[in-house]
Write a protein that binds this ligand. Sequence first.
Ligand code: IMP
Length: 428
Amino acid sequence: MSSTVLVGTQWGDEGKGKICDLIAGDFDAVVRYQGGNNAGHTIVVGDRKYGLHQVPSGIMYPQCVSVIGNGCVVNPKVLLEEIDMFEADGISTANLKVSGNAHIIMPYHMDLDGASEARLGKNLIGTTKRGIGPCYMHKMERIGLRMQDLLDEKIFREKLETALSRVNPELELIYGLPTYTVDQICEEYLPYAERLRPYICESGLLLNDMIDEGKSILFEGAQATLLDIDHGTYPFVTSSNCTAGGAVTGSGVGMKNIDRVLGICKAYITRVGSGPMPTELSYESEEGHTLTEVGYEYGVTTGRRRRVGWLDGVIANYAARVNGLTDLAITKLDVLGSFDTIKVCVAYDCDGTRYTSVPEHQSVFHHAKPVYEEVPGWRCDISGVRRFEDLPAEARAYVELMEDLAHTRASFVSVGPDREQTINRFWK
Ligand code: IMP
């Protein structure tokens, strides 16, 4: 198996977890390269359901090394809770590794996330309030604490002192919130250090050694293309590079070692949080209600109801370009079985100009009106279909339309939540 980046092509929640879980067992390592416990997906094994936020999907496969890369931010408490959950169920975490360079989410990051959202009022971003943005902010400001700092109490205390001298006045004077002392945070965090010590390592070196031995790596993207700090709908984005390029900087593996980029694309589109979404349907509309309820579009991490809309082909095309997609995995095609006809956005009309790629200028994108093509639905349950040629002609035509819009072949088509409910067309 060649090393592969798996990336969301929309605003997240495309079903990355299912596809990642499906193929993870074919790789020697699975690496998370960005984000933290803002991500969330559920893996179902037999009658057990596991909600993963921090740990890579490879954990379900004993032979697979699971790596939390240097580009990630880590909440040690959440990580230990996940480790304990797996160990209690007999799933070994011996192959879990955490980069010493990954940044630590501190209690004040969560405070700042909530407070800055409250201050933005109606312009709020709609973050997961997990402290992700402030943690990356301090990384860039160079006052962050990293996993390796946990292993040396003296350094941890020194760096924390510097960070608090910068953070406490902000908490107190700008937001009117309680401040922190070094001792108070050390009391909570230093015990995490002892438990996490066996997992912390130089993960970039480990991965490169594996590549030298001919082993293959799956880079598991979290969030998605339009939530990317550079290529997404800024400022309504997350604070890391979710696109395929992030796999290189967030893991320490050079780009010559990556062969494929698999884009996960839901057959319609969803979004949580604020920001523009040209094909959005209101929950009150019949179509919006159907997509939400049949697709069960509620967040794993926050439980929030997702915004829903018809497939946006302009975004699919943009994601293919920005990530350099080699393959698509189309998910939740079965959900569209409820409609007589299905709309697909093939272009935007922005004040009389037609766009087939996401306009760079935010005001243009905010005014984008979808130009729809209406295609026939198949009006039946396809969740039992396992071969592409057994899909109704309308469903096959829909997949082919998605391939045309993204200029990328659909190697997988998913027709239900279970592993088996997947059509593998070209993936080897
Ligand atoms: P943050 O990542 O918590 O800072 O949130 C920034 C934006 O990204 C918000 O709109 C969140 O709803 C969105 N977001 C973060 N993580 C996910 C995810 O895993 N799926 C979908 N949206 C996400």
